[in-house]
Design a protein around this ligand. Structure first.
Ligand SMILES: C[S@@+](CC[C@H](N)C(=O)[O-])C[C@H]1O[C@@H](n2cnc3c(N)ncnc32)[C@H](O)[C@@H]1O
Length: 204
């Protein structure tokens, strides 16, 4: 069980503790990032967005293991963004990565820009998950896919994110569930990685 201070930091890392947490996230979320990367099924033509990249381990994998040249990533934490600007300076200078600090539920991208969006361990921090998912839906192309990865029991342990509950949320935000895989590890307990596409007739 994390203290309320650590839970707040996980939702928006700041200061010295935030730096420690960003490094730690990369270490403890290896399995969740790996299954997300596999589920993204990227090819060179994909235009990819990661929402809530935190310590940047998945972003690193996308930039270095796939041939994608159009990658964008957002985070709510100015610490996460400034840290990532240093780590990924080469990709930013080469024009293959665009990093943005974003405010809740407003993604600064045109509609339909991305073919793949991923989001790992962020759902618990959205004050309005349906609004956040609807905004992701807007930025996806018609054939696009969202890969949403989440722990069944969130860091504050106050709720449960079953595939059933998240599936309902996704459907109410205009998505159709395509597949879902589950895994578990010591740090995160049971987690799920759900791939969704835009539901027919859900154009927004
Ligand atoms: C628990 S960390 C997960 C980081 C990384 N995805 C991982 O799994 O290791 C949550 C991250 O999401 C960011 N975040 C929270 N709400 C967000 C939002 N509405 N939009 C973008 N990022 C958000 C936080 O600042 C933090 O960096």
């Amino acid at each position: 069980m994390y203290s309320p201070k650590v839970v707040r930091q996980l939702g928006r890392p700041q200061g010295i503790l935030g730096r420690l947490i960003l490094n730690r996230l990369n270490a403890v979320n290896v399995g969740m990032n790996e299954v997300t990367y596999t589920s993204l099924d990227l090819d060179a033509s994909d235009r990819v967005l990661e929402v809530g990249f935190g310590g940047g381990a998945l972003l690193h994998k996308i930039l270095h293991s796939s041939a994608c040249k159009d990658v964008a990533a957002t985070d709510l934490s100015d610490l996460a963004v400034s840290r990532a600007k240093k780590i990924f300076k080469n990709a930013i200078d080469a024009g293959s990565l665009e990093l943005r600090l974003c405010s809740d539920h407003v993604l600064p991208y045109e509609s339909g820009r991305f073919s793949k969006v991923c989001c790992v361990n962020v759902i618990y921090f959205w004050p309005d998950a349906k609004a956040a998912l609807s905004e992701i839906h807007r930025t996806l192309s018609d054939q696009g896919r969202l890969v949403l990865t989440y722990c069944e029991v969130p860091p504050d342990r106050t709720a449960e994110y079953s595939t059933k509950r998240v599936g309902r949320l996704l459907r109410s935000s205009g998505f159709a569930v395509e597949s879902s895989v589950s895994g578990s590890d010591k740090e995160n307990g049971t987690y799920h990685c759900t791939v969704v596409k835009k539901a027919t007739g859900s154009r927004r």
